[in-house]
Design a binder for this molecule. Structure first.
Ligand code: MN
Length: 214
């Protein structure tokens, strides 16, 4: 069974003015589309891997045959990351978080504003292409981290609760080289309901990450 590009859950223009329609179309159709296509091509001769979820593939990269490991890391990661990304955004969203994730942010970062500042700072400092994450463990603990390329916290035994894409393809048409401006604006389209849903999933053990040291 081949992986499929999930449809955007809203129109290309739905996140304007924060993210412009052309960026969304290119980002979803072309960039995410290419990750899915490349992942399927890599798994073509490995039928034993075709029943695994993309998350499971990147959880244990050492178990992936060496000739396709880098391709699965980059494109499996790209598929997992972007499938999350479209869902943790929505039009007319943002504002202060509520529910369990708001409690976790308060516990680990003090205020929401402190959390935002640290998250934006980690995203701004990620050199070159990558992602900035709020990642967690099943015990409910959370941490901010950044990863290069399409790497995902799953590969380090952590669960990606939320993440922002800091590849230039995510913001360059509208924000040019002003990544910090994009990072700041992004909070107006953050879907806290979906992020709470992911955090609850983590804590209930439905997405227990593999041990990174395995
Ligand atoms: Mn991207």
């Amino acid at each position: 069974m081949a992986f499929e590009l999930p449809p955007l859950p809203y129109d290309y223009s739905a996140l304007e003015p924060t993210i412009d329609a052309q960026t969304m179309k290119l980002h979803h159709d072309m960039h995410h589309g290419a990750y899915v296509k490349n992942l399927n091509a890599a798994l073509d001769k490995y039928s034993n891997l075709q029943s695994k979820s993309a998350e499971d593939l990147i959880r244990d990269l050492n178990s992936i045959p060496e000739d396709i490991r880098a391709t699965v890391r980059n494109n499996g990661g790209g598929h997992v990351n972007h499938s999350m990304f479209w869902k943790i955004m929505k039009p007319k969203a943002g504002g202060e978080p509520s529910g369990a994730i708001a409690d976790a942010i308060k516990k680990y970062f003090g205020t929401f504003k402190d959390f935002q500042t640290k998250f934006n700072d980690a995203g701004a400092k990620q050199f070159g292409s990558g992602w900035v994450w709020l990642a967690g463990k099943p015990d409910g603990s959370v941490q901010i981290m950044s990863t290069p390329n399409q790497d995902n916290p799953f590969s380090q035994g952590l669960f990606p609760i939320m993440g922002n894409d800091v590849w230039e393809h995510a913001y360059y048409l509208k924000y040019n080289n002003r990544r910090p401006e994009y990072l700041q604006a992004w909070w107006t389209v953050v879907n806290w309901e979906e992020i709470n849903h992911r955090y609850e999933k983590l804590k209930s053990g439905q997405h227990e990450p593999a041990l990174a040291s395995r």
